[in-house]
Design a protein around this ligand. Structure first.
Ligand SMILES: [Zn+2]
Length: 155
């Protein structure tokens, strides 16, 4: 990891945000609520929750919901993602792969934190969780255009 470790306060606030989002999970099929929150490199936090649908294949994971929430606010550079479930649950492969394209914007690894409802948590990095993920070799310039230093606003 080349990015600065999260402080205890940052970790706790991220977990609290994920727990709050978890309460809003739309789980009409499984009833299994998961919350997530993402911390941007500009120290903003965006929550996410899982959503389900009666039509198979629709709906999304809490982690991708948190990423998309940040993107909708013009944020593309991330330090950490937390997942909150009733037990310690790591993000699925699809979410890790989704995060990997944001990793490719800055080249800074992203912390992956998992927490349960009893106060237990673990921390790893995206590279530890998905060491052989697909990294695009094309369109890298377009991707890096979203680096916060370069990104202002796009019309
Ligand atoms: Zn997922």
């Amino acid at each position: 990891m080349n990015s600065e470790p999260l402080s205890k306060a940052e970790t706790e606030s991220l977990i609290a945000s994920a727990r709050e989002s978890r309460d809003h999970a739309f789980v009409v099929r499984s009833g299994h609520k998961i919350g997530a929150a993402i911390l941007t490199t500009s120290d903003e936090v965006f929550g996410g929750c899982n959503t389900e649908a009666y039509i198979t294949g629709l709906g999304t994971c809490a982690e991708r919901s948190a990423v998309d929430h940040a993107v909708a606010h013009g944020k593309y550079n991330f330090r950490a993602v937390v997942t909150v479930d009733s037990e310690l649950t790591y993000p699925c492969g699809a979410c890790l792969q989704y995060l990997l394209q944001f990793y490719q914007i800055s080249g800074e690894d992203i912390y992956i934190i998992v927490a349960d409802l009893s106060g237990n948590s673990e921390i790893k990095s995206l590279m530890e969780c998905l060491p052989y993920g697909y990294l695009t070799k094309s369109n890298l310039e377009k991707l890096r255009d979203y680096e916060s230093a370069k990104h202002t606003s796009r019309g």
